[in-house]
Write a protein that binds this ligand. Sequence first.
Ligand code: PMV
Length: 320
Amino acid sequence: MRATAIAQPNIALIKYWGKRDTERNLPAVGSISITLRELYTRMHVEFDADAVADSLQVNGAPDATMLPRLSACLDRVAGGDRLRARITSESNFPIAAGLASSASAFAALTVAGAHAAQKTLSIATLASLAGQASGSAARSLLGGFVELENRGEDIAVSALCEPAEWPLDVVVAITETGPKAVGSTEAMEISRHTSPFYQSWLEQQPHDLDIARDSIARRDFGRLAAIAEHNCLKMHSIMWASRPPLVYWNAATMRCLQTVRKLQGSGADVFFTIDAGPQVKAVCLPEHTQAVAAALRDTPGVVDIMISGLGSGARLENAR
Ligand code: PMV
């Protein structure tokens, strides 16, 4: 009745922003991401017949804020009549700061919860369950380049390319470690209801997905870079034009973009992407990783750097 699973966060190259069904947390658009290798969340779930309520420890400290979402996710995985659970979570990177911590957390929780409840679930079912908790979490069930599609009444995830088939690196420039001001669920709804650019975002997404899918199949870094930066800036344009405006960037975020432009000018194969937070993720070919990391580390306002390759999907570590 206990299990431990590990999952890595993923970074979207073609972004998910907006929901078509808030009840079932279904995305309004497809997305394409890369799963990271060095960053992880480890989740331990233990069902306990003597416990009267679920409990959660995050990085060694009790956490009541996240608990309701985790409990609801376990209800969907193990059934509403399940035993109460002791949940322990451990991440090696800042949480709730735009580093996709909810993706790795819910992917790991879904796998650990299913095994602790002795349920054998397919990847498709696990992805759908993780996606109901956090849309991006469905993508962390798989490794490498992952596409999330809207299929009928549900979602479907598929691996476009394994990590070893196109080993890119990601340099994360951390410009702020605190939690973000507006969570993505609330922010997406603000955008859907108020942004004048939201409708064209929905209309253009299939085109961006086609270009990215094709660039990945051909290992065309330059074409992938151009569509990923464009798609990221479009998502932030929707946010900026929302009411109230959603501006996740700080001054260092902008400086990091300029650093990436300079690196590109000097011939480095690198591009940026930014999620609902102030951190900049620079995706590059491995021969440029050290130069990209050094340039971002020297960018004023950058407090830390993390380097990661591409990794595998969520998996069970042990179950008893
Ligand atoms: O899965 P959520 O609800 O945390 O939303 C993720 C939103 C972005 O990170 C901004 C984009 C994405 O596709 O991951």
